[in-house]
Design a binder for this molecule. Structure first.
Ligand code: SF4
Length: 284
């Protein structure tokens, strides 16, 4: 069996940066709080938890009794402006691992909304990145999953609107939206292509891989939005595409007669998890 790796896969610059910052912080602090899971990969988070990382779901659960000054790491997904204000007010030290590409979207949203623009965000409304991005708008902000959702539900005047995208947004859906707004007569729309090229590269590489293989394994946490998108893209082209979190989930019975097996991984999947999968596939 030939194992083919996608041209681009695994952790991106933003996740690597957040992991390095956490690693370093845990050398300096006995306890480090993180608002939400640091990355969507339970095994990685568990390793950090053993060294003192504590995942909290809301800032109010931090112990702020007199004299306590907790240290909080902000993950690559970023948070809304209110979280920074809360930390400042309560003397909580922040180590900011927000990916600079997400930070850039925060700046766009803050700046245009302060100038009176409505913000239109395309992405998953429940994803922390999108919740964080919306949290930088000083005025109206709307979230839509795709073009159909926008056409069906956006009832506001489009003049003075600024459009941004989740960094992991599907590039095919993005192109449809771009075409739609290119044909719009409204020239007071600010259109910002905020998809991260790490995502685009991984999605294109997954498309190519799925076209070349009999089976594709997409490795990544089940909460990871970018892994889900890789899985969807792979599945459209190669019906034998499987989303696995680790080597325990390899569909061994299906791969034994495979000639060409492709492997890709989401942006929050560290190399050691991918290597473990490759090793176990080879063993069978
Ligand atoms: S996918 Fe892109 S935007 Fe998201 S963390 Fe990675 S580098 Fe940053």
């Amino acid at each position: 069996m030939e194992i083919i790796m996608a041209d681009y896969y695994g952790t991106c610059f933003g996740v690597d940066r957040a992991l390095d910052m956490t690693n370093e912080a845990l050398n300096n602090y006995d306890t480090l709080y993180c608002l939400g899971e640091l990355i969507h990969n339970r095994r990685v988070v568990e390793r950090f938890e053993k060294r003192g990382l504590k995942v909290i779901n809301d800032l109010e659960s931090l112990d702020l009794k007199e004299g306590k000054k907790p240290t909080l790491i902000l993950r690559s997904h970023g948070v809304g402006k209110a979280a920074y204000e809360y930390c400042k007010y309560n003397d909580i030290k922040i180590i900011d691992a927000t990916c600079p590409k997400v930070k850039k979207i925060h700046e766009i949203v803050e700046s245009y909304s302060s100038d009176g623009y409505s913000i239109i965000i395309f992405g998953n409304e429940n994803h922390p990145e999108i919740i964080g991005i919306k949290g930088w708008s000083a005025g109206k902000a709307y979230i839509y999953s795709d073009l159909d959702d926008f056409i069906d539900n956006h009832k506001e005047d489009l003049s003075k609107s600024c459009i941004v995208f989740q960094t992991t947004y599907n590039t095919d859906k993005f192109n449809k939206i771009k075409e739609y707004f290119n044909n719009s007569p409204n020239n007071d729309i600010i259109f910002k292509s905020t998809i991260c090229n790490a995502t685009e590269r991984r999605q294109n590489a997954c498309r190519k891989l799925a076209g070349e293989c009999d089976i594709v394994l997409v490795v990544g946490g089940k909460q990871s939005s970018n892994t889900k998108k890789l899985f969807e893209i792979g599945k459209e082209i190669c019906k034998n595409t499987f989303w696995i979190e680790n080597s325990n989930e390899i569909p061994y019975n299906l791969i034994k007669n495979t000639k060409r097996l492709g492997i890709t991984a989401g942006a929050s999947t560290p190399l050691w998890v991918i290597e473990e999968v490759i090793l176990n596939v080879r063993k069978k």
